[in-house]
Design a protein around this ligand. Structure first.
Ligand code: NAG
Ligand code: NAG
Ligand code: NAG
Ligand code: NAG
Length: 188
């Protein structure tokens, strides 16, 4: 009896460990000490996580958007200040250049077939950078002032290919069409 119990116990532990290791969460990411993020949410689609730190005195939010991705792919995160979903989003995109370095820049999603080229956004964004580590791409940026308040509609996306340094169209499978939501940067 006891040995059956122990075998079961070990099996259960192995199952939980494999579940934990296959689904990354907010707490799995340890940032370097100069990156301070007091809040985080595990986003419900595309293996993505949004870390942030809201700075009330500046009404700016420092963000780190991270998502599981292959080296050839791209990730994007944005705020849609005028509606909901993809079109109208003021986004940040990141991917690996042909030369192997990560690049990240702001881009405005003006249609369902956007150029995905660098563009000015309808709000300020600064200190944009990107990393690729442990099968995850990360975009860092400082967004704001958030002149319309701390509650925003946001959207996130990923695609599996980049051609001539232009992110290519993403899949239209369900998670890629549902990856949007509302967030309050002032919440804990
Ligand atoms: C944000 O999305 C909600 C639906 O979740 C919508 O009612 C609201 O109008 C959107 N906000 C803006 C600024 O369009
Ligand atoms: C890599 O390519 C990007 C985009 O063309 C360029 O901005 C960057 O300077 C290049 N980096 C190196 C190390 O060549
Ligand atoms: C943003 O970048 C500027 C210029 O490089 C730098 O002085 C500032 O410390 C950065 N801000 C943060 C919060 O990292
Ligand atoms: C605030 O609203 C204006 C007008 O809709 C929009 O252009 C701007 O991008 C919004 N700013 C933010 C930070 O959402």
């Amino acid at each position: 009896m006891a040995s059956v119990f122990i075998v079961n116990l070990i099996f259960n532990i192995l199952v939980s460990v494999s579940v934990i290791s296959s689904a990354l969460t907010c707490s799995d990411k340890i940032f370097s000490p100069d990156r301070l993020f007091s809040s985080c949410t595990d986003l419900p689609y595309l293996e993505a996580h949004l870390h942030w730190n809201y700075i009330p005195s500046l009404r700016k939010v420092s963000i780190a958007y991270r998502a599981t991705q292959i080296p050839e792919g791209w990730i994007a995160w944005g705020i849609n200040p005028t509606g909901i979903g993809m079109v109208g989003s003021q986004a940040l995109v990141a991917f690996r250049n042909a030369n192997g370095t990560m690049t990240a820049y702001p881009t405005s999603i003006t249609s369902y077939n956007p150029a995905m080229l660098p563009a000015l956004l309808s709000f300020q964004v600064s200190n944009i950078s990107a990393e690729y580590n442990n099968n995850e791409m990360i975009i860092y940026a400082i967004v704001g002032p958030l002149e319309n308040g701390t509650i925003v509609n946001h959207t996130w996306q990923s695609g599996s290919s980049v051609s001539s340094n232009i992110p290519q169209i993403h899949s239209t499978s369900s998670p890629h069409l549902q990856s949007m939501g509302k967030i309050d940067f002032q919440s804990a």
